[in-house]
Design a protein around this ligand. Sequence first.
Ligand SMILES: NC(=O)C1=CN([C@@H]2O[C@H](COP(=O)(O)OP(=O)(O)OC[C@H]3O[C@@H](n4cnc5c(N)ncnc54)[C@H](OP(=O)(O)O)[C@@H]3O)[C@@H](O)[C@H]2O)C=CC1
Ligand SMILES: CC(=O)N[C@@H](CCC(=O)OP(=O)(O)O)C(=O)O
Length: 317
Amino acid sequence: MSKDGISIGIVGARGHVGAELIRLVAAHPRFGLAFVSSRALDGQRVADHNPGYSGELRYSSPDYDQLPGLGADAVVLALPNGKAARCVAAFDAAASAALLIDLSADYRFDDDWYYGLPELTRGDYTGQRRISNPGCYATAMQLAIAPMLDVLAGPVQCFGVSGYSGAGTTPSDRNDPEKLRDNLMPYALTGHVHEREVSTRLGHPVEFMPHVAPHFRGIAVTANLRLARGFDRDEVVARYRDRYAGEPLVRVLDEAPWVSAIAGEHHVEIGGFTMSADGRRLVVVATEDNLLKGAATQALQNLNRAFGLPELTGIPH
Ligand SMILES: NC(=O)C1=CN([C@@H]2O[C@H](COP(=O)(O)OP(=O)(O)OC[C@H]3O[C@@H](n4cnc5c(N)ncnc54)[C@H](OP(=O)(O)O)[C@@H]3O)[C@@H](O)[C@H]2O)C=CC1
Ligand SMILES: CC(=O)N[C@@H](CCC(=O)OP(=O)(O)O)C(=O)O
């Protein structure tokens, strides 16, 4: 079941993110799968649904109060938003020592949980056993804005476009390929949870306008930053390069990154730095695979750190 004794359980493993995690954990040199849960796929062979897995494990569908007894060292909750609390309560009731990582938005505002965006928050990790994993857009937006945080003047506007895997597997207009064909679908144009998440984490107001597009995976965020003084483009690019030097999962490019190039990649790309004539306005573009650095890869970074392994173990980079 587990390699070298570190076993990982995944709750909500039928989802797009759960599928990526199965693949990453299966290929990890130290982690193995303890269980993968799905109500719809209960009893079916994982290998029949996931080309990244070749073992004999089958999906199971335990009740939440059975989860702590399944012996996983860490359990990743990959359920839709609003569903994590009952799982967490089961682990609390059992006084389980298992590490919990929640991929939903449910604990991102809870100070009892470590918020795991390693490139920005790894210094806050002091061995917490409850980790909330930032959302895909929230990761891209924070990484795109952070290097300029101390020189911002006024709210930042972020125009976001996501592939429809971002909308999960529960059928909706936002993951319906027919309705998305030749289309760009705006939604939650004010007050999206990611707007609140990024504004809270950066301590600076961010205005977020998300859209979903016909491609499957990958997000692009175009951020508009007003600056307290005039900047040269070179000075701005140097800030980003300095900030992310030594961060293999954040690549600073000169040109604007394309979402078509980020699918399947584990890193974020930031580039396209464009200044207004007076140097007081910067537009910057970030792209990311929402299912990887926006979710599963980041979860793996957090798991690695929690088990004392190098942060990028099992993450191609
Ligand atoms: N998709 C993305 O790009 C990203 C997603 N996230 C977050 O990660 C989590 C997982 O995302 P994703 O894989 O897209 O999610 P899905 O919407 O695909 O849901 C994951 C799985 O949870 C199970 N599930 C669905 N509804 C319920 C329910 N009412 N009660 C219990 N289980 C349910 C389903 O499996 P079954 O019905 O078989 O039990 C489903 O396949 C979400 O919280 C999402 O917000 C974070 C960043 C990026
Ligand atoms: C297209 C689409 O619907 N995207 C989702 C992204 C959700 C996600 O991936 O992140 P969280 O875990 O932070 O919810 C949304 O905008 O809510």
